[in-house]
Design a protein around this ligand. Structure first.
Ligand code: CTP
Length: 409
């Protein structure tokens, strides 16, 4: 039990799972949380404002944008009062409205005005959860930095079985306790940025040059850093994989955008550059280049993009304490990778043999060699990209603990 009061603005939307929230309120009160609640009209069909007020011993607001709410506490003040916003259950409809940026009732206005972390606890039928529009909304909400708890897989209220079940009250509590008081908090002040995926350099509105890269290895590293408690930002070029939940995700297209986003994230303590950044960009024609107007040969003039890894490694004011690069090589792997490490001045470079199709690009597995600044090498034999990420992050943690502990108190 903690003694430090945290304030939760709890928003209950209308799903059958709403009835379970009374237990959540009771448990959180026992743990010394302060809770104010807003109920949707539909939620009132499942639980009453009176029962919530009795358990939370606090004001329950209705989802009406009216003078009573505003006089009591206006929507801005309410969003500032809380340490987090918790929306449980979050229906498909509410997710859709939040993804579209709606601000047309008390709840959506409070949420859009909030400057706090917002946790969504979805609960719905499995088909509604898998519905393409819902999944697109989820991806949008993740990229807007909403945090998700669940949903779980199990038997749903409608009798069907699948993903969509609201996470258990125990799971919600555990997530909140971890968020506010977790042991991993020792790393919460340590900021990590990870670049991932390819960049695209457009020559006209439909054509671009790019690099081969699925983004998988970078996403897995970002996930492991986040799970270890680091304040993690993933800066990603276009990929076909779902964004990892609960961390800050910045979507970019070109190398220039990736560079600007990295600059925006400084100062940072750790930078891991896994992105396959296009080394060159063509001049951009705003209208589509018509091939009939071109000769049989068409040469493209390319300009060099800035090297983001090199920029970060040599930053005179905000050089991250640990800068890690990746080297995609097809021959003389170790020799070329070491040259890159030295040229770019990073601390480690992770050498990847991309000529082997069973590892590297687009495959599930990887095999890498970490080359350290002192030229020591360490091979991580073929395992899944998620296991490679775990191995790398465990070494990041050791490095931080050994070399920089005093800087992270
Ligand atoms: N990198 C970067 N910005 C660039 C190019 C590369 O940040 N404009 C980073 C990559 O994210 C990776 C490392 O530099 O961490 C090495 O990238 P790689 O493509 O292997 O090598 P290049 O530096 O592009 O050199 P080359 O293509 O000649 O091998």
């Amino acid at each position: 039990m903690n003694t430090n009061t945290k304030k939760i603005l709890l928003i209950i939307s209308g799903g059958i799972a709403a009835y379970k929230i009374l237990d959540l309120i009771r448990n959180l009160k026992k743990k010394n949380y302060e809770i104010k609640t807003i109920l949707t009209e539909t939620a009132k069909e499942f639980i009453t404002p009176l029962s919530i007020a009795s358990l939370s011993q606090n004001k329950v607001y209705e989802n009406k944008f009216d003078i009573h709410n505003e006089v009591e506490m206006d929507h801005i003040a309410l969003s500032r009062w809380s340490d987090i916003v918790l929306i449980a259950p979050a229906t498909a409809n509410l997710l859709s409205r939040l993804a579209s940026g709606a601000a047309d009732d008390f709840i959506t206005t409070v949420v859009t005005a909030s400057n706090k972390d917002i946790f969504l606890v979805p609960a719905m039928n499995v088909e509604m959860w898998n519905n393409k529009a819902t999944q697109e909304n989820i991806q949008k909400l993740i990229s807007f930095n909403y945090k998700f708890i669940g949903p779980a897989v199990g038997e749903l209220a409608c009798g069907e079985v699948g993903e969509g079940k609201m996470s258990s009250i125990n799971e919600i509590e555990k997530t909140l306790e971890q968020y506010f008081f977790g042991k991993d908090k020792i790393f919460s002040n340590i900021k990590a940025i990870v670049t991932a995926g390819p960049t695209r350099e457009y020559m006209d509105p439909v054509r671009y040059i790019s690099n081969e890269s699925s983004g998988k290895q970078g996403y897995e590293i970002a996930k492991k850093l986040y799970e270890s408690g680091f304040n993690t930002t993933l800066i990603t070029g276009p990929t076909n994989i779902n964004y990892p939940k609960n961390m800050k995700v910045v979507k970019v297209t070109s190398a220039k955008e990736m560079f600007a986003s990295c600059q925006n994230e400084l100062p940072a303590d750790i930078a891991i550059c896994t992105a396959a950044v296009a080394d060159f960009y063509p001049h951009f024609e705003s209208e589509k280049i018509k091939k009939d107007q071109l000769e049989n040969e068409y040469s493209l003039k390319l300009n060099k993009n800035i090297d983001i890894l090199e920029y970060l490694s040599n930053h005179n004011q905000f050089r991250p304490k640990l800068v890690v690069g990746f080297a995609a090589e097809t021959k003389n792997i170790l020799e070329n990778s070491l040259k890159k490490l030295q040229k770019k001045n990073c601390d480690w470079i992770i050498a990847n043999d991309v000529s082997d199709k069973s590892i590297g690009f687009n495959s599930e597995n990887n095999e890498v060699t970490i080359i350290y600044k002192d030229q020591k090498t360490e091979k991580i034999s073929k395992v899944s990209k998620s296991e490679i990420a775990a191995e790398i992050v465990s070494r990041v943690i050791n490095n931080i603990k050994v070399n920089h502990a005093k800087n992270f108190n």
